[in-house]
Design a protein around this ligand. Structure first.
Ligand code: UDP
Ligand code: MG
Length: 321
């Protein structure tokens, strides 16, 4: 019998959790062939989430929980869940029932019988979402897929089931700024895609403000593309060319027609433009530099323990266990 770990990141989900627990228990009953383990990650909630989870853990020995000292974000919660999962298979699910548990048997079958390493889900509609948010989400996916080599599927959810091989490969990536939707694609392996219609959350409110999502999308772009760096250098070269031509023009005009005081306004413009451009480029460099800084510090794995898989060398991915 295979063990299935259900990982549930929770941030202020006291209202949704009882519904979630009830549903997942029904699904568990419908899947007697799998041994369940539930890991709730309380991501520094300010409400009674932790109490609710603790009560469940007392009542039900299959329930485990991790509690963060503050809100670290969903990515950190998912990582902690995967790291502590003892199952042969793990699945990440939202606490608000937007990820339907009814798909679990089909996902489980795909991994145990059809030979897939992971089963991913994507929603085909964005019903019930503010139109502005959908618009920017679509833009984000279009941009990132243009400039990144890793495929990041539009509408893909974090709702994903994976086998041990896949989990270990994910844990093997120790980067601090995690963007799971990209990491899943990056590690590779055989993935089956399931589609479903968007569902409204069962209780509570969304934890992602527009601003939070915007920052997360920047994270995704910086983590999976060096495109912005190239834009800066292309722009820089272009501006240098324009500046050079302008200076040549002024020298030639001076030699042919004289009159030295002419043209200072245009010079001031050029100086301003160049200054602005340099600052812009330095800003982009700064973003990457700050990422490198965080990676070098290896803050992510404070215990220094590396999930080592025999035979893995730098640059070699998809380790086989
Ligand atoms: N979440 C989290 N930490 C955060 C934000 C969200 O653990 O900082 C969890 C949240 O409790 C939920 C899941 O991530 O289980 C998805 O969040 P939400 O439903 O608010 O996002 P949406 O479905 O609206 O995109
Ligand atoms: Mg949700």
């Amino acid at each position: 019998m295979m063990k299935l770990t259900v990982i549930v990141p929770c941030y202020n989900e006291e209202e949704a959790l009882p519904f979630f627990y009830e549903e997942i228990k029904k699904t568990e009953a419908a899947m007697p062939y799998a041994e369940f383990e539930l890991i709730f990650i309380d991501d520094g909630s300010g409400d009674r989430t932790l109490e609710v989870v603790k009560d469940l853990a007392v009542k039900d020995e299959k329930v485990k929980y991790i509690s963060f000292s503050r809100n670290f974000g969903k990515e950190a919660a998912m990582y902690a869940g995967l790291k502590n999962a003892s199952g042969d298979i793990a699945v990440i699910m939202d606490a608000d029932l937007q990820d339907p548990p009814s798909l679990l048997p089909e996902m489980y079958r795909a991994i145990t019988q059809e030979g897939f390493d992971s089963v991913a889900t994507r929603r085909v509609t964005r019903q019930g979402e503010p139109p502005v948010r959908s618009f920017f989400a679509r833009m984000f996916y279009r941009i990132i897929n243009k400039i990144s080599k890793t495929e990041i599927v539009d509408g893909a959810r974090d709702y994903r089931m994976m086998n041990r091989k896949f989990i270990n490969a994910l844990l093997d990536i120790r980067e601090y700024s995690r963007f799971s939707k990209g990491l899943y694609g990056w590690v590779g392996f055989k993935t089956k895609w399931l589609e479903y219609e968007n569902k409204e959350r069962v209780a509570g409110k969304t934890k992602w403000s527009f601003w939070k999502l915007f920052l997360y999308s920047i994270e995704g772009i910086v983590a999976f593309s060096t495109g912005p760096l190239a834009i800066a250098s292309v722009l820089g070269v272009l501006m240098l060319g324009v500046g050079g031509i302008a200076i040549l023009f002024i020298i030639v005009r001076q030699l042919l027609f004289g009159g030295s005081a002419f043209g200072w306004p245009s010079m001031v413009c050029i100086i301003l433009l160049m200054g602005g451009l340099q600052l812009f480029c330095t800003g982009i460099l700064g973003v990457y530099l700050s990422k490198a800084y965080l990676e070098v510090k290896e803050r992510w794995n404070p215990d220094g323990k590396y999930q080592c898989i025999a035979g893995r060398t730098a640059g070699h991915r998809n380790p086989v266990v």
